[in-house]
Design a protein around this ligand. Structure first.
Ligand SMILES: [Fe+2]
Ligand SMILES: [Fe+2]
Length: 155
């Protein structure tokens, strides 16, 4: 999604989520690009942390703000919730045994899965949010505050 096409009222909230998406996608690539086992572990754990914070903000603030805005949106939110749960299971597996033999496999599945989820969020959910003109100014502020809190708690 092209950030410059987001209406002003929604740009901050959607832009912040997109920045998070870009950041983890960069780390997916960095994981692939390195052969160093220690580096792979630290990248994987960083991704798990970032995704956990991101998913928490979406689940606590962003998704609830969109609930009830339309049948299409509600269906997408249901799907997103299920996808988050699958991602959390993979994250738990990685965090539970980052030095294990399954790191490469688990992380590869996680990155493919999350890339798909990001595509659906930006390509379908965000588009509908823009179409329905859902106001996100307060949501942006609440998300930013919660993110700061979570980053400190779990750093
Ligand atoms: Fe999500
Ligand atoms: Fe997201």
């Amino acid at each position: 999604m092209d950030k410059s096409k987001i209406p002003a009222d929604q740009a901050e909230a959607l832009g912040a989520l997109m920045d998070d998406h870009r950041a983890v996608k960069k780390l997916f690539k960095a994981f692939k690009d390195t052969e160093d086992r220690n580096e792979k572990e630290s990248i994987a754990l960083e991704v798990c942390h970032q995704l956990t914070v991101h998913a928490t903000i979406e689940e606590e603030i962003f998704y609830p703000a969109l609930r009830g805005a339309g049948d299409d949106i509600d269906d997408m939110l249901d799907e997103a919730q299920v996808e988050h749960q699958v991602a959390k299971d993979l994250i738990a597996a990685i965090e539970g045994d980052p030095a294990g033999d399954m790191l490469e496999a688990s992380f590869t599945v996680l990155s493919e899965y999350v890339a798909h989820h990001i595509e659906e969020e930006e390509g379908e959910l965000f588009k509908n949010v823009i179409r329905e003109k859902i106001s996100l100014r307060d949501v942006a502020q609440a998300m930013a505050a919660r993110k700061e809190e979570l980053m400190q708690e779990t750093a």
